[in-house]
Design a protein around this ligand. Structure first.
Ligand code: NAP
Length: 243
């Protein structure tokens, strides 16, 4: 059996997840990247080459998560590294927010984290090595009008990270969060030019981050060299927020 480490990246079809999956392949991992559609999964397989494959996964469905891990186990193995990256927004001022918008964001971003993480623990604890990285957001610290659902979900992710890190630290498994600032992806592409310029003006380095800026931080946190970092939230935001 190969001793190549297996990494799962949820939401690897676009944006931050796609860059993370590529950099993990380049760092020697066998990567399973996920998309919500067959077409997305096929394009992940194509872009990652021999050391990566695309899978269909909806983190909002327990059945889908179970089917994904079953397929992964028969194709290769359960992961040594899990990157919980899949996330959605459904913005609205709270006065106008529909319960459906609240529930969709909490279910995908928070319940999805539970569904994806619990099944990977057994192998990591048994092998006494594992890395879990959860993608939060700078808005968990800053707050953001119109995003109370999303900000609540990202704050929950950071609390989950600290609790789980405490539970399993003694078994060689680290659990950390990365809080990206303003990164150029489809998610931020929905903003107007004016909104984008206003955001740029607030970032001390003077430019919007790239998906590779976040992927580089992920590669560091999953490395052997990062074994003494756990329960932490790493801010990657060009100085927009300094903790
Ligand atoms: N962009 C930013 O500035 C920024 C800043 C802070 C934090 N973040 C966080 O970084 C992560 C990635 O953001 P992004 O900007 O790269 O997003 P994106 O470009 O909108 O991509 C989202 C990814 O998540 C997948 N996804 C959506 N719903 C899913 C579900 N129910 N189950 C499984 N996968 C699902 C999408 O798959 P499909 O392609 O199949 O739809 C896609 O691969 C998110 O957690 C986001 O909150 C982003």
């Amino acid at each position: 059996m190969s001793d190549q480490r297996v990494a799962v990246v949820s939401g690897a079809s676009r944006g931050i997840g796609a860059a993370v999956a590529k950099q993990l392949v380049n760092s020697g991992f066998l990567v399973a990247g996920t998309a919500t559609s067959e077409a997305g999964a096929a394009s992940i397989s194509e872009s990652l080459g021999a050391n990566g494959s695309g899978y269909v996964l909806d983190v909002g469905s327990s059945e889908s998560v179970l089917a994904f891990y079953q397929k992964l186990t028969s194709d290769s193995a359960m992961p040594d590294v899990l990157i919980n990256n899949a996330g959605v927004t459904a913005d609205n001022l709270l006065m106008r927010m529909k319960e459906e918008q609240w529930e969709r964001v909490i279910d995908t971003n928070v319940n999805g984290l539970f569904r994806m993480t619990k099944p990977v623990l057994k192998k990591m604890l048994k092998t006494r090595w594992g890395r879990i990285v959860n993608i939060s957001s700078v808005v968990a610290r800053l707050g953001n009008p119109g995003q109370s659902n999303y900000v609540a979900s990202k704050s929950a992710i950071e609390g989950f990270t600290r609790s789980l890190a405490n539970e399993i630290a003694s078994r060689g498994v680290t659990v950390n969060a990365i809080a990206p600032g303003f990164i150029d992806t489809d998610m931020t592409g929905e903003l107007t030019e004016d909104q984008t310029q206003q955001m740029k003006d607030r970032i001390p380095v003077g430019y919007i981050g790239s998906t590779d800026d976040i992927a580089a931080a992920v590669v560091f946190l999953v490395s052997d060299g990062a074994r003494y970092i756990t329960g932490e939230t790493l801010h990657v935001n060009g100085g927009l927020y300094m903790s």
